[in-house]
Design a protein around this ligand. Structure first.
Ligand code: F0G
Length: 454
C-alpha cells in the first residue's frame, strides 16, 4: 500500500486542553509575545521543539525499571555506553544531562580567545558555548543551503572550499572542526556521506580533529540511504557507523534521536582530551558513570538508540515530516526545500515581505500561528541570531519559523489541523505587523526577550 502509517499504536494518552483565540491572544500578550514564555497548558499542538518532547516506547518505560542508581560504576552506565558504542564506537563515552553540557565541557577545554570553530551551521547553544569561551563560531554551510530554489538533497553539507581556505589562513587557531547532522539551524537538512568524507580528508591534511554534533544522526542516515547513490541497500546502523568512523568524537543531545526526555553525551577517542573533559564533568555534571543523569535515564536512552534506527520508524518519521512540508508548499506557503528530517521551516521573510528583518517577521508569524490555532512554533531568524557579540544587531541570514515535530507524539490529524492553521494565517498575512524587543538578556535572548507589536 502507498499509505505509510504510524508504526505503533497509542498505549497511554495525554489530553489536550482546547482554548479559544481570545484566550490565546491574552496568553501570548502576557508572555511578552515570546512563545517560550507561554504555558504549555495553553498550547494545543506544540511544535516548539522536537527536543525531549517525544513519546517513549513501552520498552523504554520498562527499561526505566531496570535502572541502577549506584553513584559509581552503575550497570546502567555500561548498558548505555555499549548502546552508544554499537553505533558510535568511541573509546570514551561521557554522559551529560543534555547536549549543551557536552558542548560547554568540550569548548571549555578546546575553545578560548583567538580560536575559531568552523561548523556547517552552529545550533544556538553550540554557538553560545563557543562564544562564551571567547572563540569565534563560524558557519560554513554550502552555497546550496541558502538557495531557496535549489533541490539539492544535502543542503547541510559543509562548504569545502571555505573550510580549506580557513584552515590554510588560520589553521593554528582552529582547535577542531564540527559537523552538525542534520543541520538544524539550516533547515533540518542532511549532510551527505561524500561531504563527510571530504571534510575528513581536509581535517587529515591539516591535522585537525573532526567532531560531530550528532543529535539527529538517524534521520541523517536515512536521507543518505534514500538519496545518496549507492546506499539504498544498506542498514541504517551500518551507515551510522561509517559516519562515526570519520569523526574523532561527538557531542550529543539524547533528547532528539535517542528518544530521551533528557540526556546527552560527549564521546571521543583521545585519552588526554577525555581526561580533561571528565575533570570538568565532575565539577558540574557528576561522576563519569552518570554525568547528570539517573541510571534509569541511561537505560531508557540505550533502548531508544536501538529503536531509532528501525527502518519502519525512520520511513514513517521522514515521510510524516514531508507530508506537513509538502502540504504547506502546495498551499503556496514558502517552505525550505527539500523538507528536512525533524521539522518544516517556513520562510517568514518571503511570506511577510512587508515586515523588515529587524522587525522580526519570524516572530510575527510564530505569534500569529499561536493566536490562530494554538500551534506553538519557534522563530529561527533575527530574534534568535541577530544580536552580535559586539552588541550590534544585524538581520540573520534568513528569517525562518520552525515547525518541529516531536517523535511519535502527534498523528496525521494533528498535522492536518496545523496545516489548516497555517493556511488561515497565510490568507490573512497582509494584516500581520512587526515586533520590537523591549527587554533582552545578554545571551540567547530569544528565550526570555520581551516583544511588543510595532
Ligand atoms: N545541537 C543541536 C543541533 C541541537 O539541535 C540542539 C538542541 C543542541 C545541540 C543542544 O542540545 O538541548 O540537549 O542541550 N536543539 C533543541 C532544538 C533545543 O529545539 O532544536 P540540548
Amino acid at each position: 500500500f502507498r499509505t505509510i502509517i504510524e508504526p505503533f499504536r497509542i498505549h497511554s494518552v495525554e489530553p489536550l486542553r482546547m482554548t479559544t483565540p481570545e484566550q490565546r491572544r491574552a496568553a501570548v500578550r502576557s508572555a511578552g509575545y515570546n512563545l517560550f514564555q507561554v504555558h504549555a497548558q495553553d498550547v494545543i499542538v506544540d511544535l516548539l521543539t522536537d527536543s525531549g518532547t517525544g513519546a517513549m516506547s513501552r520498552d523504554q518505560w520498562a527499561a526505566l525499571q531496570h535502572g541502577d542508581e549506584s553513584y559509581a560504576g552503575s550497570p546502567s552506565y555500561f548498558i548505555f555506553r555499549d548502546a552508544v558504542r554499537e553505533l558510535f564506537p568511541f573509546e570514551h563515552v561521557i554522559p551529560t544531562h543534555q547536549g549543551r553540557a557536552a558542548e560547554r565541557i568540550l569548548f571549555s577545554v578546546l575553545g578560548g580567545a583567538g580560536k575559531v570553530v568552523p561548523n556547517n551551521t552552529h545550533f544556538d547553544t553550540t554557538r553560545a558555548n563557543v562564544e562564551y569561551t571567547g572563540a569565534l563560531a563560524l558557519d560554513l554551510v554550502c552555497g546550496a543551503a541558502l538557495d531557496a530554489i535549489s533541490t539539492y538533497a544535502f543542503k547541510g553539507d559543509m562548504d569545502l572550499e571555505a573550510l580549506e581556505a580557513l584552515l590554510q589562513e588560520r589553521g593554528d587557531d582552529v582547535p577542531l572542526v564540527m559537523m552538525t547532522i542534520t543541520n538544524n539551524s539550516g533547515g533540518g537538512q542532511p549532510v551527505s556521506l561524500a561531504n563527510l568524507h571530504a571534510v575528513r580528508d581536509i581535517c587529515d591534511r591539516h591535522g585537525k580533529p573532526l567532531f560531530l554534533d550528532a543529535c539527529r544522526f538517524a534521520e541523517n542516515a536515512w536521507f543518505i540511504r534514500e538519496y545518496e547513490p549507492g546506499h539504498a541497500d544498506r542498514e541504517v546502523p551500518d551507515i551510522v557507523r561509517e559516519i562515526a568512523g570519520l569523526a574523532d568524537g561527538m557531542t550529543m543531545s539524547a533528547k532528539k534521536d535517542p528518544m530521551g526526555n533528557i540526556g546527552g553525551w560527549l564521546a571521543m577517542d583521545d585519552d588526554d582530551l577525555a581526561r580533561r573533559c571528565r575533570d570538568l564533568l565532575v565539577l558540574t555534571e557528576g561522576f563519569p558513570t552518570y554525568g547528570g543523569l539517573a541510571g534509569r535515564d541511561l537505560e531508557a536512552l540505550a533502548q531508544g538508540l536501538r529503536e531509532v534506527v528501525h527502518h519502519d520508524y525512520l520511513r514513517y518519521r521522514i515521510r510524516s515530516t514531508a507530508y506537513l512540508g509538502e502540504s504547506l508548499r502546495d498551499a503556496g506557503i514558502p517552505v525550505v526545500t527539500p523538507i528536512g528530517g525533524h521539522a518544516v521551516y517556513i520562510d517568514a521573510r518571503a511570506m511577510l515581505p512587508g515586515i523588515p528583518p529587524l522587525q522580526y517577521p519570524g516572530q510575527s508569524l510564530a505569534v500569529a500561528l499561536y493566536e490562530a490555532g494554538g500551534v506553538r512554533t519557534c522563530e529561527i531568524g533575527t530574534a534568535m541570531f541577530g544580536r552580535q557579540p559586539d552588541g550590534s544587531e544585524v538581520p540573520a541570514a534568513r528569517d525562518l519559523v520552525r515547525l518541529a515535530i516531536p517523535r511519535r507524539t502527534y498523528t496525521q490529524s494533528h498535522m492536518d489541523y496545523v496545516i489548516e492553521a497555517c493556511r488561515h494565517v497565510a490568507a490573512h498575512a497582509d494584516r500581520l505587523t512587526g515586533y520590537r524587543i523591549v527587554e533582552e538578556p545578554p545571551t540567547l535572548r530569544h528565550f526570555t526577550a520581551v516583544f511588543e507589536p510595532v
